[in-house]
Design a protein around this ligand. Structure first.
Ligand code: FAD
Ligand code: NAP
Ligand code: NAG
Ligand code: NAG
Ligand code: NAG
Ligand code: NAG
Ligand code: NAG
Length: 553
């Protein structure tokens, strides 16, 4: 607690002294110069943001709820505890700051100790609820090639295959963290008295603007497992910043469909094992041996998990709904299901179970076409994720509105979001945050207007965030600003990378079709033949190659 109080008073004294710019303001005008910056999230995006801000001599604090850097790519045998995410609640998370506002004690700072079973939670449940172990499974491989899944400054070994294992990416992201002294066991203070940059196992619960001081107040919660005394130490405190980067990622919380009866079914167990759970808890295929598994969803998690358990399960049933719009990526996912998959329509409702300790084999699942499914052993909800923007917490959209293409929040550009593919865009975006806040770049004034309708917006964002267009825009903006106000120059990705992406896209698609195990009729998928698919991909923006990112990001 001492540390945080010191930080707080330091921040206040700095902001009290500085009310005017020291130099002719070339950049966007702020109430006072930006000195202290918080970064929320130590995934590929947040780590790059922190590294760029440190390079620009800001006082940086990097907060990460997980015990290590890596973001989505931390592989762990731990899984999020289902019971702490009752289904009705999981969807509500986005409406509440970090979903746990009610748990923030009234008086801060405060320290509490928890023992096994306190408030009905085991220590493991308390721990995994805090950091939500990531939705990557042991055999997961990328659906993007390494040329577009690589961070700057550290390189994959030349013999690393194009398709990367989750374990390889984990090491890669952690190498980047260590390279910049941001790993969980690194400590490279600028001076003896400087506070540490990183705070792992520290979840940002709230991000609020203090209108009187024009600073951001972050409410933080850190957990520490005390193995010797078999307890968990929880600390809550606040820290104050001049600017904040929200790099919490697009997949912060599970999306669970609101199907009638799903809450009732979510309690069903066999022994200690739940019978229905979200795909974020999937790790290994072995326990599906000789089981009948129902997978809900038609996207990447659904098809890849089906593929993983295919050699083990006795039956795989996939409940899919008609596509909202027919994309090549959806078709790709459908082709990836193993050939034993039986496709059924969407679920209408789950008939309430009589007991919760006998699993779901006798339960009845009503499909929208009137058919009733029975005899299912396990249900995997591969129904996707929700982002959790933290702020503005009453925003109804998943991507906050009023965001500049640089990621800055337009009404208050001391707040910025990381957007798009961090592997490709993060280096430019982070540099942009640093330059705008250091006063060596103006927020570009053009393109501030967002497209009129949400649909237009989505389309526009998708092409902008993923494509070459945005890279060109960054390069010209950043280099123009550096020419005028100083700073290093940036380059677009080397042309051979674009060629590699094109090549990969075609070869990969041909391979999928060759290995295609599905009994589904290819022509039934919108009449697209192999060559048509390949042509479509080469015709598209290559940076988009085979990455099925959430439309909104
Ligand atoms: C199952 C799965 C497979 C994927 N496969 C691919 C792939 O093959 N290729 C590809 O390019 N992309 C893939 N992705 C997308 C993936 O999101 C990106 O590769 C990348 O990890 C995004 O980086 P990020 O830093 O934006 O977010 P993340 O990597 O998600 O990092 C965000 C970090 O913020 C932290 N955080 C969130 N909220 C808080 C809070 N309140 N307080 C403190 N910390 C917080 C999280 O703990 C997390 O560590 C996949 C995603 C999923 C879910
Ligand atoms: N590298 C890999 O191997 C890998 C593996 C997993 C995930 N990923 C990545 O992770 C991200 C998330 O992928 P994801 O597959 O978890 O989520 P997703 O792409 O958001 O897909 C969610 C799926 O659930 C379906 N769904 C939601 N509610 C449903 C309902 N009530 N009934 C039936 N279906 C329902 C959706 O259908 P609609 O389409 O109709 O909405 C969609 O098919 C993507 O970027 C993906 O590329 C990568
Ligand atoms: C950061 O500080 C160092 C040492 O004072 C200085 O050499 C460097 O130019 C500064 N970097 C930026 C981007 O201002
Ligand atoms: C299904 O796939 C398996 C394993 O990949 C293969 O041995 C089998 O011949 C395939 N069956 C059909 C009907 O295609
Ligand atoms: C409903 O869908 C299932 C699975 O595809 C199918 O077997 C069944 O015949 C369908 N029922 C009706 C009434 O169409
Ligand atoms: C849910 O299932 C239990 C069986 O344990 C049953 O007692 C209960 O009434 C069901 N709830 C609803 C709302 O149907
Ligand atoms: C969001 O909250 C702010 C104040 O907290 C309020 O001024 C604003 O009107 C709210 N917006 C919506 C869309 O509810």
């Amino acid at each position: 607690m001492k540390v945080s109080l010191v930080l707080l008073s330091l921040a206040i004294s700095v902001s009290a002294q500085q009310h005017v710019f020291e130099t002719e303001p070339p950049g966007t005008a702020f109430h006072h110069p930006i000195r202290r910056v918080a970064v929320v999230g130590a995934g590929p995006a947040g780590l790059q943001a922190a590294a760029n801000l440190i390079e620009h001599n800001f006082t940086v604090r990097l907060f990460e709820r997980a015990p290590h850097p890596g973001g989505n790519w931390i592989y762990s045998e731990e899984t999020p505890v289902r019971e702490s995410y009752p289904y009705a609640y999981a969807n509500k998370l986005r409406d509440e700051p970090a979903g746990h506002a009610a748990e923030i004690p009234a008086q801060l700072p405060v320290t509490r100790y928890y023992s096994e079973g306190d408030n009905g939670l085991t220590l493991d449940e308390r721990w995994t609820e805090h950091w939500q172990p990531r939705p990557v499974w042991d055999s997961l491989h990328t659906n993007s090639p390494k040329v577009s899944t690589e961070l700057p400054d550290v390189q994959y070994a030349p013999d690393t295959p194009w398709v990367l294992s989750t374990h390889t990416i984990q090491r890669h992201v952690r190498s980047f963290a260590s390279h910049h002294c941001l790993n969980s066991n690194d400590y490279c203070p600028a001076s003896v008295s400087a506070p540490p940059v990183t705070a792992y196992s520290t979840r940002v619960e709230k991000v609020e603007k203090d209108d009187s001081t024009h600073t951001w107040v972050l409410t933080l919660r850190r957990l520490e497992r005390l193995y010797e005394s078999d307890r968990i130490l929880a600390e809550w405190w606040t820290e104050t910043f001049d600017a904040v980067v929200l790099a919490a990622g697009p997949y912060t919380a599970p999306h669970v469909p609101e199907i009638d009866g799903i809450v009732n079914w979510s309690k069903a167990k066999v022994g200690a094992q739940y019978s229905m759970y979200h795909s974020q808890t999937y790790r290994h295929p072995e326990r599906y041996a000789d089981k009948t598994v129902l997978i809900v969803g038609a996207s990447v998690s659904a098809s890849e998990i089906a593929r993983d358990i295919g050699p083990f399960a006795s039956r795989i049933i996939a409940s899919i709904r008609p596509p909202k719009d027919s994309t090549e990526m959806r078709q790709r996912s459908l082709l990836r299901f193993p050939n034993i998959t039986e496709f059924v329509p969407e679920i209408a409702f789950f008939e309430p179970l009589e007991k919760h300790n006998e699993g779901i084999r006798n339960g009845k699942i009503h499909l929208i076409n009137g058919t009733v499914l029975q005899g299912i052993d396990e249900i995997i909800l591969a129904t996707g994720y929700r982002s959790h923007p933290l702020y503005p917490h009453n925003s109804t959209s998943r991507v906050p509105e009023k965001i500049h293409w640089t990621g800055h929040y337009i009404p208050d550009p001391t707040l910025a979001y990381t957007l798009g593919r961090p592997w490709v865009l993060g280096r430019y975006q982070s540099y942009g945050f640093a330059k705008v806040w250091a006063g060596t770049a103006r927020l570009p004034s053009e393109e501030v207007k967002l497209p009129p309708t949400p649909d237009d917006r989505r389309r526009n964002w998708r092409s902008m965030w993923l494509g070459e267009a945005i890279i060109r825009r960054y390069v010209s903006w950043l280099n123009g600003a550096s020419l005028e106000h100083g700073g290093r120059f940036v380059e677009p990705p080397p042309i051979e990378n674009v060629e590699l992406l094109n090549y990969y896209a075609v070869v990969h698609f041909l391979n999928i079709n060759r290995d295609c195990q599905t009994t589904m009729d290819l022509d039934g998928l919108g009449g697209l033949g192999i060559s048509t698919l390949a042509n479509q991909l080469t015709g598209k923006d290559p940076w988009d190659a085979l990455v099925f990112e959430d439309d909104d990001w």
